[in-house]
Design a binder for this molecule. Structure first.
Ligand SMILES: [Zn+2]
Length: 229
């Protein structure tokens, strides 16, 4: 099956891979760096020999190409749009820090999240909500983001992981039903079961900037944020 290299090293921008299967304009590779999308993180802009990957299928990780696909056994070059991915990594780590502030300080859970290049949507439930509270939360998150803290990514058996109360901050969302979970830990700040890509150090994120806030009811406060620089 396809080795998901982005889970082990999110900084890979270009790799060589071998085509294992082919079906029309789609192929299965022995390894990939193209994040398929999921968990609020958008799919990478990936390329195989320069041809855009339009989709990575779920059941079997077929990479669907915009143009003609290479042949079985062929060695190919897999690349991603690094500017896009790196920004999404920074947005993703920022989201974890913000989620931990809301969780610890305001007892709020995340009800939705969509990472984006320019802006990220972040929904949470908290009884009282106003501009001051939001600005205070973002300031707390930005203080944390200025710290020199290295992230830790490792695996943990599912049962052990579920003993950690804050492992799932997404309201109603449980990690996939697999015996071993991938854990993304920001030591002293946050720990979550997560299948996405993150930066190595909090200092890479920059600062969160509030772009917009919307009140969609008690269980759905919504903000959009960007990053600086
Ligand atoms: Zn995440």
């Amino acid at each position: 099956m396809t080795e998901k290299l982005y889970l082990k090293d999110s900084y890979l921008k270009e790799i060589e891979a071998t085509v294992l299967e082919k079906d029309g304009n789609k192929v299965i590779l022995d390894r990939t760096i193209v994040y398929p999308g999921g968990g609020g993180q958008p799919m990478d802009k990936g390329f195989i020999n320069g041809v855009p990957v339009v989709k990575v299928e779920r059941e079997k990780p077929f990479h669907v190409l915009e143009g003609e696909a290479p042949e079985i056994g062929e060695k190919v070059k897999v690349t991603i749009d690094w500017d896009f991915r790196y920004r999404i990594m920074r947005m993703h780590t920022a989201a974890h820090v913000l989620a931990s502030v809301f969780y610890k300080e305001y007892n709020a859970k995340i009800t939705g999240n969509q990472l984006g290049y320019e802006k990220t949507r972040f929904d949470f439930n908290v009884p009282e909500f106003n501009r001051e509270l939001l600005e205070e939360a973002v300031k707390k998150a930005n203080d944390i983001l200025s710290k020199d803290i290295e992230l830790k990514i490792y695996e943990m058996p599912r049962e052990e992981a579920f003993k950690i109360p804050e492992i799932v901050k997404l309201a109603g969302a449980l990690p996939p039903n697999i015996p071993i979970l991938r854990i993304v830990e920001i030591p002293g700040i946050d720990i979550q079961a997560d299948g996405g890509t993150h930066v190595k150090n909090l200092r890479e994120v920059g600062t969160i900037k509030i772009l917009k806030m919307e009140n969609k009811g008690k269980n759905n406060r919504r903000i959009y944020y960007g990053l600086e620089p």
